[in-house]
Ligand binder design. Sequence first.
Ligand code: WQD
Length: 343
Amino acid sequence: MNEKILVTGGTGYIGSHTVVELLENNFQVVIIDNLINSKERTLSQIEKITGKRPEFHKLDLCNLQAVTDFFSVNQDITGIIHFAAFKAVGESVSFPMKYYHNNLTSLINLLFCLSTYSKPVKLVFSSSCAVYGDSDILPVSENLAMKSATSPYGRTKQIAEQMLQDYILTNTNLQAIALRYFNPIGAHPTIEIGEDPIKTYNLIPLLTATALQKRNELYVFGNDYDTADGTCVRDYIHVVDIAKAHIIALKRLLENENKNRYEYYNLGLGKGYSVLDIINTFEKVTSKKVAYKILERRTGDVSAVWASTKKANDILKWKADMTLEEMLLSAWQWELKKEHICC
Ligand code: WQD
């Protein structure tokens, strides 16, 4: 397929891995990213993997004029994968308006421009398991009613999904699939791209930096949760498995196979692992010790969440392949390599 796909946030973690899959599936790709939490060098790494360098525009989706100008020049876009957003649960508790402004204004501007766009567009939206809130029913499936989110980040994803559904009800030019990721981790098998944020908040990059002694110790946020070992439980899934699901969802829309104009799917491994499980498994597969210290709980965290993956398995014919050991090993290999990647 040589359809032209816009990837917002395409130099980011999940975005860059998805761009690789798009290019390897012969899509044309144009990236918009403001590089607030990613690096332009990622474009060179994508080119190294695929032999193709995607078109790139450094642009902030919160700037309506810039987005309007972009679409006025790019009239041949048939698909959009919208990643651009802040994603750190803990940070969103400390800076809620930063999250509401960025995550919602960027989507509002995108939809505003699409309302006058010359052709129909198919959109895959980067949503999150955070939309389920602190569910007391596990695993969480898509037909579960959303509880109140436990963080402003989760609330921005709930509002964004609602906004998309309301927009689609009144605009015939858009159809969308929301993909609700659980915890994406790991790095591309070439180890040319991986999790490479400007500011690091997520467990795995902090863990691998500690193992490489770039940090003195890893802080474990709470060991008094109602879980087997008292630490939080999450559903960790390899970033390439997530990326592949985006291609499947995009093709489903472009080939008009979606049964509803708005669909949504969980993307998870379907298993829960605690923070201590992660540390112990990492030490086992790498033979590296991870110094850690138990601190108090992090506001915004849910105690446990993992996915029912039946809907994506049955309808998208998608299933996560990578094991936890493989995911953690790829994250470690990326930590060892990324220091040597030129700027
Ligand atoms: C994981 C666990 C922390 C850091 C992520 C993404 C979010 C969404 C869901 C995609 C938690 C604990 C963490 C640390 C720790 N995914 N932790 N010490 O908050 O589950 O959210 O997955 O959209 O975008 O951010 O991920 O990696 O921050 O935390 O103990 O230094 O590790 O308490 O239980 P989270 P995380």
